[in-house]
Design a protein around this ligand. Structure first.
Ligand SMILES: Cc1cc2nc3c(=O)[nH]c(=O)nc-3n(C[C@H](O)[C@H](O)[C@H](O)COP(=O)(O)OP(=O)(O)OC[C@H]3O[C@@H](n4cnc5c(N)ncnc54)[C@H](O)[C@@H]3O)c2cc1C
Length: 328
């Protein structure tokens, strides 16, 4: 039997968005719980180095994560290690955020900052050799493939950019793409095509990951989608970049989302569920960066404060700038 804890606001996820939201809600003297299933940091912990965080010419991902966490804790937010399974709005407008051990975090508002998860290929051997050759993160795992022949699957920005990056380590990088052209931006494509360590295998899909007797990946079975011919590519690594799915499964009940499943919000970061706010990578928007995540989070946290004030006054708060109001 789990325990029920009461807070003003619950934040799901401690990536850049969650930690920044916690800083602001804490600073507004709102009793804040940040529920994170792993170590605070989110995707920053999978990022070797950032050179686009304004104010720092270059900073390590883990170092920025630590700074975010320490700073947000200064204002009183409580960090809890917990995996959230559902966020439900109750009839009285409060929320129950439930964890996998049955604990309930009851609050007046919730900010969901759960980020996203890479899409899998769904082919035989992929799960079996995950972490034994198959990877979804070039920066995290690239260094394990020094002087090896590896493959990248995909054709969007992530695949093309990471294939280029992986040539820092690998002796050869094959890019396997099911079409005869990339969707990636032109500048990324130009950089890739100019890289002598890269070879693109067009009109081809990966059908099976093959392994050796030690349980390590040793190759990929490929199929040409035009001729249907199959062949084996010898490779000890396979980096999969075929999409990214927002972690929205925990939101119980209908919420407005775009065709890719990303959460739609108004300009205050409020979802179609009153009192439920979303910020960062799981939100429908043009780009997903640390700067956009913390920008969203700042707005969401300040909007929560206004929402709670309106709720306490039992009314309907209208943004003085005309960008929306709150149905409480
Ligand atoms: C390899 C890589 C390199 C990148 N490089 C850069 C860069 O150089 N510059 C830049 O600006 N951006 C970069 N990004 C993007 C940037 O990291 C993200 O945009 C940013 O981390 C998004 O922050 P977020 O808080 O929305 O989500 P995330 O960072 O994904 O954090 C979400 C958090 O929620 C937690 N969570 C999810 N579900 C649950 C649950 N059910 N219960 C509890 N906790 C949960 C996760 O564990 C995670 O900690 C990079 C991303 C990757 C993957």
């Amino acid at each position: 039997m789990g325990t029920t804890h009461n807070y003003d606001v619950v934040i799901v996820g401690a990536g850049p968005a969650g930690m920044c939201a916690a800083l602001y809600t804490g600073r507004s003297m709102l009793r804040t719980a940040v529920l994170e299933r792993g170590i605070p940091g989110g995707e920053l912990l999978n990022t070797e180095k950032l050179d686009d965080w304004i104010g720092e010419k270059s900073i390590l991902g883990w170092e920025l994560a630590k700074k975010f966490e320490d700073h947000s804790r200064e204002f009183g937010a409580e960090y809890v290690t917990a995996t959230v399974t559902a966020v439900t709005r109750r009839l009285d407008g409060t929320f129950d955020t439930v964890t996998d051990v049955g604990d309930v975090y009851r609050s007046l508002a919730v900010i969901v900052t759960a980020g996203g998860t890479p899409v899998k290929l769904g082919i035989p051997g992929e799960a079996e050799y995950a972490g034994r050759g198959v990877s979804y993160c070039a920066i995290c795992d690239g260094a394990f493939f020094k002087q090896q022949v590896i493959a990248v699957v995909g054709g969007g920005d992530a695949a093309v950019e990471e294939a280029d990056f992986l040539t820092r380590y690998a002796s050869k990088v094959y890019v396997i793409h099911r079409r005869d052209e990339f969707r990636a931006s032109k500048i990324l494509q130009e950089r890739l095509f100019a890289n002598p360590k890269v070879e693109v295998i067009w009109n081809t899909v990966a059908e099976r990951i093959l392994g050796d007797e030690q349980g390590l990946m040793k190759g990929i079975e490929l199929r040409d989608v035009q001729s249907d011919a199959t062949r084996t590519l010898d490779a000890t690594g396979c980096f999969v970049f075929v999409g990214f799915r927002p972690n929205t499964g925990i939101i119980d009940g209908h919420f407005d989302h775009d065709e890719m499943g990303y959460v739609l919000t108004d300009s205050m970061m409020q979802t179609s569920i009153p009192g439920l706010f979303a910020a960062g990578d799981l939100r429908s928007q043009l780009t997903r960066q640390v700067t956009t995540a913390v920008g969203d989070a700042t707005t969401a946290a300040i909007a929560v404060e206004k929402y709670l004030k309106a709720r306490a006054e039992g009314g309907h708060a209208v943004d003085p700038h005309g960008s929306g109001g709150y149905a409480v």
